[in-house]
Design a protein around this ligand. Sequence first.
Ligand SMILES: [Ca+2]
Ligand SMILES: [Ca+2]
Length: 358
Amino acid sequence: MLLLSIKMFTVTKVLKTGTPLVFVFFLSFLSFVSGKSNSLGMQMIRIQPGEYIRGSIKGDHLRKNHPLSAGGVGYHDSRPRHRVKLTVPFEFAATEVTVGQFRKFVEDTGYKTSAETNGVGAVQFLSEVKEEGVEQFGTRPECTWKNPGFPQADNHAVVCVSWKDAVAFCQWLSQKEKVKYRLPTEGEWEYAARAGVTNSYLGGNSASTVYAFGNVADATLEQVIPGMTLRQRIKDPEPGKGDGHAYTAPIASLKPNPCGIYDTHGNVWEWCSDKYDAGHYQKITKGHINHDEPNTLPLITDPKGPEDTPNHKYGDWRVMRGGAWVTGPLSSRCASKSYGEAGDAFCYTGFRVVRDLE
Ligand SMILES: [Ca+2]
Ligand SMILES: [Ca+2]
């Protein structure tokens, strides 16, 4: 059993210009307990309530740390950084849901996934598309969780599951164990994923630090899909560098975060319960995208995402977190997010579960 206690303090640093900057340091951010495995063999980590700074550092700082990504750095939806308080303890799965675990659900219920019933299948990498700038991902009817377009063993993270499939899995597991399982809110996801870390990555702010903790687009992927170095802004593309996995890796192949949680950087994007709205953080904090003093913005308590968004006229867009085997380090930071329609499935998106305490 592991236990950490928390304390937070602030230090005011005065620059030569006389401008005071307030830095928040977490000595240790939360208490957590690694609990027993559930009926599917997932280890559940008990996360205690606490506060943290959610969101991304400013774009100019990101650009400095990611010289390969001098163009858009894709951070606007995770700005401005702000304080989040979680008041309810919860249990967060140490690992992503695996192919073997998802198969148990399907065998028990006869469930058919979105990609098996929508007539178009899941989104897959289209290896025949060579032209720069042309969309290289598209749906294929044969692309499903059983056949994502690359080899997977039962201990790999399941992919090609829609948000609706992930919710159905949680409902099945809740019924089976008589305790509520659900998708994490993105507030819970980032709190558990950061485990007190305030940098862009668990290992620091440099992109190269991600490979120890996460399976992201790297030199190994470049070898099997030439051209990914440019498309995904892969850092360190020389053979032998990176995390060593081309497609999905077996869960928990790389280092865990300080709470014992694996694969929060990369492997597969993870569905969260929240609806997606690119301007949500600005709306709830009434803060400008470039505001960079989180302690002067309102404290947001137990965020659950927007109730509705302008884009929901066109679909039920849901948040994904953490990046995937196919995204470069920049898109796989603690604060990175993406989104997808709740009924769509992707060969790079899976999920992990949260269990409510009784
Ligand atoms: Ca990789
Ligand atoms: Ca992940």
